[in-house]
Design a protein around this ligand. Sequence first.
Ligand SMILES: Nc1ncnc2c1ncn2[C@@H]1O[C@H](COP(=O)(O)OP(=O)(O)OP(=O)(O)O)[C@@H](O)[C@H]1O
Ligand SMILES: [Mg+2]
Length: 270
Amino acid sequence: MRAVEIRELHFSYGSEVLKGVNLEVERGEVFGLLGPNGAGKSTLILHLNGILKPRKGTVQVFGLNPVKKPREVRKLVGIVFQDPNDQLFSPTVFEDVAFGPYNLGLRGEELEERVVGALRAVGMENYAKREVRELSFGEKKRVAIATVLAMEPELLVFDEPFANLDFRGKAMVRKIIESLRGEKTVILASHEAEYLALCDRIALMDGGRVIKVGPPEEVLEPGLLREHNLDVPPMVELFHALGLGVPRNLEEAKALIDKLLSAQTNSLRR
Ligand SMILES: Nc1ncnc2c1ncn2[C@@H]1O[C@H](COP(=O)(O)OP(=O)(O)OP(=O)(O)O)[C@@H](O)[C@H]1O
Ligand SMILES: [Mg+2]
């Protein structure tokens, strides 16, 4: 059974914004949703736990219909919304992060450990007693991520998780995603291609449609990105020009360059 299976999904808020989306996400995948502003990424994501209902077509998450089984699906799927103000509603940081696991039945020390662990993962362990409304936007974003981590869902969906985070915040989110790889299913939505190079596969969306699905080296192609009004990350531009594919991270980039250099040295020796 797949983590997500979407068939011919249509949705309209008045005018149609999803125009027949087909998408499959395998269990254990780190899957990217890439697309310019207004492509329909957030709208698609809100179908994964039944917040929005398809006008036409079907959505299945771990074989369940989120509209028909919202309680079951919401235990399996945790969505970090694009705007943390849509996620946080308790007076204090601790209460907000504890809300989900409390509803799952956790109490006492077990609950406390879950909350502290999730806050530590986003570097907010010293903020537990703070009032949510006093936090900066970036701090709220980290707490919003912690609320979802604390529930330990099978599928974690991050809508623009890197937006508004500083260098350390972005590194922490990358580390969280790497720690989930292989254990959980992860969906990452962003209009910035550079954050999606770490994905196993990426779907490029534009105008309410999926334009292309494939591994980063196929989808993060400079011409295609420009055509869809997306920034071309310098690293993608450079590696594409060198014919080296798309490195997932700096280590992979170094390994690719080493390979290129040794191939050139060998051909000079001949
Ligand atoms: N609540 C709403 N009511 C009416 N129209 C909406 C609503 N939410 C989104 N839209 C419209 O639906 C389209 C898709 O929006 P959506 O937020 O899904 O795009 P997105 O790909 O997430 O964009 P972004 O990169 O800006 O987050 C946009 O044209 C937007 O104006
Ligand atoms: Mg969005």
